[in-house]
Design a protein around this ligand. Structure first.
Ligand SMILES: [Mg+2]
Length: 182
């Protein structure tokens, strides 16, 4: 609801980015099934029986838009409204945190929620999709205004995470990295 200047941050859902509005559907062609028990066509939160092992089907995103696409679309949206005067890094950070709060509101008082949100209505899922998108849009614009090349930065950070949490040491454990230091 709340967005910069009292208006919606995005405006990206009305056709321009319809490719991303596949909701909770599964990209069957690219779906990955743990243990190789591929059936295809099942919802992402369904379970697949495979020789006594129940494996969750892996949910995947659409390949587009890219993060750069999102940066460009939001830059166009902001330019068209002469809103760059308001979109300094600190303001964008505040806006993003506000949107994170809006995501949290949707989960508030529900107790634990199962993966795939099986008990949520379509309307609730769409509301969540909107608020997560607001967070992403502000995150991407914040990175742009801070001159952080986010797609490359995330690769560098994930490489660091792999070093910090070697799979052989932390498999199945939630311990903090400091507890693994020799
Ligand atoms: Mg919002």
């Amino acid at each position: 609801m709340m967005a910069t200047n009292g208006k919606e941050a995005g405006g990206l859902t009305d056709g321009v980015l319809s490719v991303s509005s596949n909701g909770s559907s599964v990209d069957v062609a690219n779906s990955v099934v743990v243990n190789g028990a591929g059936t295809g066509g099942a919802p992402s939160h369904s379970k697949v029986q495979n020789g006594g092992t129940v494996a969750a089907q892996r949910f995947t995103f659409s390949p587009e838009p890219t993060i750069e696409d999102i940066r460009r679309l939001q830059a166009e949206f902001t330019d068209e409204r002469n809103w760059n005067q308001f979109h300094q890094p600190r303001n964008l950070l505040m806006a993003m945190v506000g949107e994170v709060g809006e995501v949290a509101e949707l989960f508030q008082w529900r107790g634990e929620v199962a993966e795939g949100l099986p008990d949520w209505t379509e309307s609730e899922r769409e509301h969540l999709a909107h608020e997560l998108s607001d967070v992403l849009i502000y995150l991407v614009e914040l990175a742009e205004k801070c001159r952080v090349d986010l797609p490359q930065a995330v690769l560098r950070k994930m490489a660091l995470n792999r070093l910090k949490y070697p799979a052989s040491k932390v498999h199945g454990s939630a311990k903090k990295y400091t507890e693994y230091k020799d």
